[in-house]
Design a protein around this ligand. Structure first.
Ligand code: F6P
Length: 553
């Protein structure tokens, strides 16, 4: 495959890439973490980077100073920081959609100037934030009432993908900061069961629906919103005027919002330079803002901004998103790791990994480069995980003793949330002891000699031996506050950016999800009406026929 149109060599032919391949081969079978720490105990302190309230320890990685230097040379050669600066400047780095990528403008200070097509977008960002804050305050205080005059007690966000995962994740993460007298639900699945379960015990007179959709054309969201409207009108005697008091929209598409019947005065706008998976700090976060209040929401934006500024200004060797991105490349491209586990030791982060799945996999699940040519290197990993202690009793066995290399992030907090009682607070040390113990066991394992020394019968020794050498990053913060959540999300946003930049892919489009959407629309009449769908393949046609038969039984 020839080099890129710009004349620069393709990634795997760059000398910086082959230097990493050689470095990896030289170190075969693998640098050993026990040996690395014995030779250099100082790495425990040296391989730590601080950003905002986050302490990021990457000492338990299969790296040396030389590995880091070579990875940084790769980042320089692929001009990661050049693309970063272009992103922050508002250049149209989403090449396939010809769009700027400016989620960082969503948390820019009021006096910042960031131009897209010659227009400063920052005043618009703050105008929407102010409108959201005024609305959130009215709902929280009870001043905004429903059609019958009753105050709103339930907020149901209807959206999918980036219009669901972000607010749903952040609501869970920040529950201790939420208005506990209000109920929040998040409906995404076009399976009617989702809306049914979310609304079955709610009173329509006290329920506000937030329809969140960047495009306002997403079939799942529009279908659910239409059913929610029927549910509301059925419950309130059918007066169409009720919609104005019980439906608001979050969108870039005012025309479609009006077509749906939502007053555009009740629409909170955002812009095409905000990707869906990068949008929960835009108007898409309205449900979260109602839950935690405008001040906490702004604290969260401040947290995002701390990491934005760090990513923009910190030197390469102390740049946390750069380091995390490069470490992922080290494993994915030079150790054949296929996946990456994110394991939070916090119940409140139960949806964090699901959120990161879209952020990472929709961004970097690409197989052509920015010039449209097939990549000859691995791109984004499979991201997976759940809160750590539960995972320990489910899939950690495979990480410890399976045959796959699975780099993992362990995320924990020094303090439990303030509102727990003393006895529950006391459980926090045990929770964190688990995090530290897992990091230790994964890195250093247990040798056959150590197992034998415990008097274990010889035939059991192989089963009880832990190879160790499983790399982890440990991210520690004092407490899970709105600011810290913003910091964590921005850290991963920029990590994903770094990897996409090195791989020379467009991390900001998502054409891969389009085909399934188009085919679902085409297949639906075959299910509903038994219509002949031209071009339906024999396997799918047989499945549709079986479905229709079973439905009739
Ligand atoms: O899943 C594809 C996708 O386009 C995501 O990128 C997006 O977050 C989601 O659908 C929802 O889109 P919208 O906000 O336009 O309804």
């Amino acid at each position: 495959m020839s080099d890129s149109p710009s004349g620069s060599p393709r990634l795997t032919r760059r000398p910086e890439w082959t230097a990493l391949e050689d470095h990896r081969k030289d170190a075969l079978p693998q640098p050993d973490l026990r040996e690395l720490f014995t030779a250099d105990p100082g790495r425990a302190e040296r391989y730590v980077v601080h950003v905002g309230d986050l302490r990021i320890d990457y000492s338990k990685h299969l790296i040396t100073d030389e590995t880091l230097a070579l990875l940084q040379e790769l980042a320089t050669a692929t001009d990661v920081f050049g693309l970063r600066d272009a992103m922050f400047r508002g250049e149209k780095i989403n090449v396939t959609e010809n769009r700027a990528v400016l989620h960082t403008a969503l948390r820019a200070p009021r006096d910042a100037v960031i131009e897209v097509d010659g227009e400063n977008v920052v005043p618009g960002v703050h105008a929407v934030l102010d409108k959201m804050a005024a609305f959130a305050d009215r709902v929280r205080s009870g001043e905004w009432t429903g059609h019958t005059g009753r105050r709103i007690r339930n907020v149901v966000n209807i959206g999918i993908g980036g219009s669901d995962l972000g607010p749903a994740m952040a609501y869970e993460a920040l529950r201790p900061f939420t208005a506990r007298e209000l109920t929040f639900r998040f409906v995404s699945n076009v399976d009617g069961a989702d809306l049914h379960e979310a609304t079955r015990d709610l009173d329509p007179a006290e329920t506000l629906f937030i329809v969140a959709s960047k495009t306002f054309t997403t079939i799942e969201t529009i279908t659910n919103a239409t059913s929610a409207r029927s549910w509301l009108l059925d419950g309130l005697g059918g007066d169409e005027k009720a919609v104005a008091k019980h439906f608001v929209a979050l969108s870039t598409n005012a025309g479609k919002v009006a077509d749906f019947g939502i007053d555009v005065d009740n629409m909170f706008e955002f812009w095409d330079w905000v990707g869906g998976r990068y949008s929960y700090d835009s108007a898409i976060g309205l449900s979260l803002m109602i839950a935690i209040g405008p001040d906490r929401f702004r604290e969260m934006l401040d947290g995002f901004r701390i990491v934005d500024e760090h990513f923009r200004n910190a030197p390469a060797e102390a740049n946390a998103p750069l380091l995390m991105g490069l470490l992922g490349i080290w494993y994915g491209n030079f150790h054949d790791a296929q996946s990456h586990a994110v394991l939070p030791y916090s119940h409140y982060l139960s949806k964090f990994t699901a959120y990161l799945q879209q952020l990472d996999m929709e961004s970097n699940g690409k197989s052509v480069d920015r010039d449209g040519r097939p990549v000859e290197w691995q791109t984004g990993p499979v991201v997976w995980g759940t809160p750590g202690t539960n995972g320990q009793h489910a899939y950690y066995q495979l990480i410890h003793q399976g045959t796959k290399l699975i780099p993992a992030d362990l995320i924990g907090f020094a303090r439990p949330v303030a509102e727990l009682g003393d006895e529950l607070k006391a459980q926090h040390d045990l929770l964190m002891a688990n995090l530290f113990a897992q990091g230790q066991a994964l890195a250093f394992g247990k040798t056959a000699e150590e197992v034998r020394a415990e008097g274990v019968p010889e035939e059991q020794v192989p089963h009880r031996t832990f190879r160790g050498n499983h790399p982890t990053t440990t991210i520690l913060a004092t407490e899970l506050t709105p600011s810290v959540l913003g910091q964590l999300v921005a850290l991963y946003e920029h990590k994903v950016f770094v990897q996409g930049a090195v791989w020379n892919i467009d991390s900001f489009d998502q054409w891969g999800v389009e085909l399934g959407k188009v085919l679902a629309k085409r297949v639906e009449p075959a299910l509903t009406e038994g219509a002949d769908v031209p071009g339906l393949d024999p396997s799918t046609a047989a499945l549709v026929a079986a479905y229709r038969n079973l439905r009739e039984v």
